[in-house]
Design a protein around this ligand. Sequence first.
Ligand code: SF4
Ligand code: MG
Length: 273
Amino acid sequence: MQKLIEKYYRSTNLPHIWCPGCGHGVVTMSIVKAIDKLQLDHDKTVIVSGIGCSSRASGYLNFDTVHSAHGRALPVATGIKLSDPELNVIVITGDGDATAIGGNHFIHAARRNINLTMILFNNNIYGMTGGQYSPLTPVNSRASTAPFGTMERNFDITELAKGAGATFVARSTAFHTQLLTDVIAKGIEHKGFSLVEAITQCPTSFGRQNKMGRASDMLKAQRDHAVTVEAAARLTPEQKAGKFLIGVLHQEEAPEYTEQYDAIIAKAQKGGK
Ligand code: SF4
Ligand code: MG
């Protein structure tokens, strides 16, 4: 662990700002472990984030990084990838950042099938700005903007990604760290738009308002409600009630955007033939 910190973190930017018990540090380390597992070239790996607690992760990682504007990580990452398709571009974002202000960018990046890997830290809330509900806050949860419970139905971000055309979709949690590292590595290896939903606990802004106990209780809830895709195949619908799937949820091959773009450039250079 110490070696990974020395190799991949910016020690000058530590200690981090995350609250005690926050899951974001664990998810960030899973990204680092996936990068290390694949032995990605340091100089060919770029990390782009939006705004929010999760997006602070880009500042802690010793790569070429961009801490961009709220909801805009994907357009910035798209520009970087188009400028040099050889780069490994990893996007770090949160549920509010990616699915509210950045929602339109999300569906179009998925539709284009551009070869980016997006890690969505889903803590079900706007943590940094004071606990407002996001499009991924489960219906009937309490938030600072919904003191009597949210009435809006939440997205299942993995279903939204599939519907929008993402060609790799996976989910894991801060509790299931080995699986999280594994699916992030698979997402990076996949050629096309990859979404990894990382369910992570926010004891400060979500857990406290929803009386979920300590951070350790929130981790136990992740453990108890998650079921792997393989295990789910052996369960009855009654046994699956109240559970969510973890693992690779969807993978398919489809033309990749930067390759298609290069083909269009070649065609234009030949006068459109
Ligand atoms: Fe983590 Fe929530 Fe604290 Fe933000 S507010 S650092 S998400 S625990
Ligand atoms: Mg959030």
